[in-house]
Design a protein around this ligand. Structure first.
Ligand code: DC
Length: 220
């Protein structure tokens, strides 16, 4: 049994998917973290997002694997645990920019499909329902307005004592949406058989309960 959750940046996919995985006893697979790990490698090597040939060549030197430590996904890049480093804003933007390349996607899609073959997974990303797991038993397209997503991010950063600008965050989010939805290979879009959940006016609990209900309907 596999559950696919796709949607734009900041829609709350990982928070929701983690909760669902715990409650339903699935393994949570965060595919964005894999793209971020590749992006981190390119950043560390000083390769620019525009250098497709260089990036395609470098893909051969990248080994990414996934481990679980007390239920938390850990991303290992060439033997090093990079789970914290990849959360940086700069790495997320680079991930969005390099995820347009076929070589980058090929490598990660194979790893994601292998993980889903071996266990019941809740996988979140941009192309899970449309491309990685087209046969997933339940597909969710989780979204929220760009303002809501920016405000959530803004509040998160403020809480950590990091000063930031709400308008700038919203602009970043819109740019990322545009790139993710308009790339040639596997762009972000709602799969035909996915259920749309707009969390703009919903709390975490409400979203979790909504998806659980959909899951119960599918398995009963
Ligand atoms: O979900 P995230 O913000 O960690 O993802 C970072 C970027 O990785 C996202 O902007 C686009 C890319 N990505 C992708 O192309 N396909 C996926 N399945 C997951 C992420």
């Amino acid at each position: 049994m596999n559950i696919a959750i796709d949607g734009p940046a900041g829609a709350g996919k990982s928070t929701i998917a983690k909760r669902l995985a715990k409650d339903l006893n699935f393994i949570y697979v965060d595919t964005g973290a894999m793209y971020r790990a590749m992006a981190l490698y390119f950043l560390e090597k000083g390769i620019k997002a525009s250098e497709e040939e260089e990036i395609s060549r470098a893909c051969e030197n990248i080994e990414i694997s996934i481990l679980y430590d007390q239920g938390e996904q850990q991303v290992i890049l060439n033997g090093k645990n990079v789970s914290s480093e990849i959360r940086r804003e700069e790495v997320g933007n680079m991930a969005s920019a390099v995820s347009v390349y076929g070589k980058v996607r090929e490598k990660l899609v194979a790893l994601q499909q292998k993980l889903a073959q071996d266990a019941d997974v809740i996988m979140d990303g941009r192309d899970i329902g449309t491309w990685v797991l087209p046969g997933a038993e339940l597909k969710i397209y989780l979204t929220a307005s760009s303002y809501t997503r920016a405000k959530r991010r803004f509040d998160e950063l403020e809480e950590k004592g990091i000063s930031c600008d709400l308008q700038e965050i919203e602009k970043d989010i819109k740019d990322r949406d545009y790139r993710d939805m308009n790339r040639e290979i596997s762009p972000l879009k709602q799969a035909r058989d996915a259920v749309l959940v707009d969390s703009s006016d919903m709390g975490i609990e409400e979203v979790v309960e909504t998806i659980k209900k959909l899951y119960q309907e599918r398995v009963s």
